[in-house]
Design a protein around this ligand. Structure first.
Ligand code: ADP
Ligand code: MG
Length: 339
C-alpha cells in the first residue's frame, strides 16, 4: 500500500490554527491590542467598521518592526517574545505563541504599516489569505498600524455564523474593556463607523474604572490591597448594595492579563456572605500579581484560563482579604427593600 500521510501546506495549517484563535471579530481585537501593548505603545487607537466584519484596525505608537520582521511576523510560530521552552514558564508579555498574525492573515485581508524609531521610511505589506501581495517602503509614523479587512472572507461557514452587529460590537467592547482596565496608564480610543465610543487618557486604576463604567462607579468602590509572599492583590470590589442580579462587572487580572476563574470568583463572592441576598452577584476589579513562574498560561490559545501552582492558598488569601476590606469599610447588610 502507498504511504498516504502528507504535511499540510502552511496556509492550510494557518487556517486550522485560526479556528482556535479567531472565533469572531473581538478575538482579532484582543490579539491586535495585545501586540500593541507588547510593543510598548503608550497611545493605542482601535477603529472598527460594521462590528469588525469589514474593518478592524489598530494603530499604535510602539516600537514598530523592521522590514524583515514585518514579513516574518505573519509566519506561524514566529515571535520575538520567547526563545526557548523554559521561557514558557516565565512570561512577561501578552503574546508568546507567535500564532495570532499568521492565523488572522490566513482568513482576511491585512494591511500592515510599521516604522521603527529613527528610520526615515517604514514598511507596508499587503496580505490576502496568507499570500503577500506586495511589500514596499512607505512614509508612516513611528509604530504600527494593522488593518484587518473582510474577516473570514474565505470561510463562508464562519462568516455566516457571526451574530448581529449589535452582538459582535458588544463582544468587541467587552474585549476592549478588559484590555483598557488591565492597562490604565496607556491611552486608548475606540471608534465604530467613525463615531468615537471611548477616549481614555492615561490615568490611574480608579480613574480608568470610573471613565469606563461611569461617574457613579466612584462611590461604589472599596479598595483592596494585600501583599503576601506569594501574591499581591490590588483593585476594588463594589459595595454589596451595588450587587447585580445579572452577573455584571467581574474582572480578574493576573499579571495584567484578564482571566476567567470560577474558583477564585467563588473566593470573592463567598467573602460577601450575608451582605448579598441570594441571586445577587458582586462587581469586582481585582488585580493579582504572582511570580510568572507560579502560573501556566499556555493552557488555551486565547489565554483566558491559567493554572496556578497553589490555587487553594490563593483562594484563602483572596477570600480573607476581601472579607477584611469589606469589614473595614463598615458595610452592613442591606435589606431587600432598600435596594
Ligand atoms: P506573538 O504576539 O505571540 O509573538 P503574533 O503573531 O501576535 O505573535 O505577532 C508576531 C510578532 O510580530 C510579535 O512577536 C512581534 O515581534 C511582532 N508584532 C506584532 N504586532 C506588533 C506591533 N503592533 N508592534 C510591533 N511588533 C509587532
Ligand atoms: Mg500577539
Amino acid at each position: 500500500m502507498p504511504d498516504i500521510i502528507q504535511l499540510l501546506p502552511d496556509h492550510v495549517a494557518n487556517q486550522i490554527a485560526a479556528g482556535e484563535v479567531v472565533q469572531r471579530p473581538a478575538s482579532v481585537v484582543k490579539e491586535l491590542l495585545e501586540n500593541a501593548i507588547d510593543a510598548e505603545a503608550t497611545v493605542i487607537k482601535l477603529l472598527i467598521k460594521e462590528a469588525g466584519k469589514t474593518l478592524i484596525q489598530v494603530i499604535d505608537n510602539g516600537n514598530g518592526m523592521s522590514r524583515t520582521d514585518a514579513r516574518l511576523s505573519f509566519e506561524r510560530h514566529a515571535t520575538s517574545k520567547i526563545k526557548k521552552a523554559e521561557d514558557l514558564f516565565n512570561i512577561h508579555t501578552k503574546g508568546f505563541r507567535g500564532e495570532a498574525l499568521a492565523s488572522i492573515a490566513a482568513i482576511s485581508h491585512v494591511d500592515l504599516k510599521s516604522k521603527q524609531e529613527g528610520q526615515e521610511l517604514g514598511t507596508y505589506i499587503k496580505i490576502e489569505g496568507s499570500n503577500i501581495i506586495f511589500q514596499e517602503n512607505i512614509s508612516t509614523p513611528k509604530g504600527t498600524s494593522i488593518a484587518v479587512k473582510h474577516l473570514f472572507y474565505n470561510i463562508p461557514a464562519r462568516r455566516n455564523f457571526l451574530k448581529s452587529n449589535t452582538i459582535e460590537t458588544r463582544h468587541i467592547i467587552n474585549e476592549f474593556q478588559r484590555v483598557v482596565l488591565a492597562h490604565p496608564t496607556i491611552s486608548f480610543s475606540l471608534y465604530h463607523n467613525d463615531n468615537e465610543i471611548y477616549h481614555l487618557g492615561s490615568s490611574n486604576l480608579r480613574q480608568r474604572i470610573v471613565t469606563v463604567f461611569g461617574k457613579k462607579t466612584n462611590e461604589k468602590l472599596v479598595p483592596i490591597n494585600e501583599v503576601t509572599d506569594i501574591i499581591e492583590i490590588n483593585g476594588f470590589v463594589a459595595k454589596p448594595e451595588f450587587a447585580k442580579k445579572k452577573r455584571g462587572e467581574q474582572f480578574f487580572f493576573v499579571n495584567n492579563r484578564f482571566i476567567k476563574n470560577a474558583y477564585l470568583n467563588h473566593a470573592v463572592t463567598s467573602a460577601f456572605e450575608s451582605l448579598l441576598s441570594s441571586g445577587y452577584h458582586p462587581s469586582y476589579f481585582l488585580y493579582l500579581t504572582v511570580p510568572p513562574k507560579s502560573i501556566d498560561i499556555n493552557i488555551h490559545p486565547t489565554k483566558t484560563e491559567i493554572k496556578f501552582d497553589d490555587e487553594k492558598t490563593l483562594y484563602a488569601i483572596l477570600h480573607s482579604t476581601v472579607k477584611h476590606s469589606l469589614g473595614q469599610y463598615n458595610v452592613g447588610p442591606v435589606l431587600d427593600f432598600e435596594r
